[in-house]
Design a binder for this molecule. Sequence first.
Ligand SMILES: [Zn+2]
Length: 119
Amino acid sequence: MSTERAEPVPTRQLVGDALACPRCGQPGLLTARYPHAWYGRTGQVIRGFKEAVLCAVCDRGEAAAEDVIALVDTQGQIGPENPELFLRCAVSWIDHARGREPDIAVLADEEQCWRSGEL
Ligand SMILES: [Zn+2]
């Protein structure tokens, strides 16, 4: 019988359930939900949440997203050696995602489709 203690085997960690990408419909790698506020018609502050989905396809080429994509495998897991790096990269990506503005032309097209009954 050995007196050596077995070291725990590092395992990969699931970074969380992700929604499908709203742009391409493929499974997302990560979903961030963060507080958001806007002004209503009467000027009152309305508080809620926004979500951003990290997509390995649609977010390619965006530096903050690429840093996170490099750490998450296709099953949405990160290796045991990267939790701190993952956290820093994810916070950076969320900061970037929070600054995104909607594409007004895409919204107008979707509104037109909705009004015409195509959606
Ligand atoms: Zn996508």
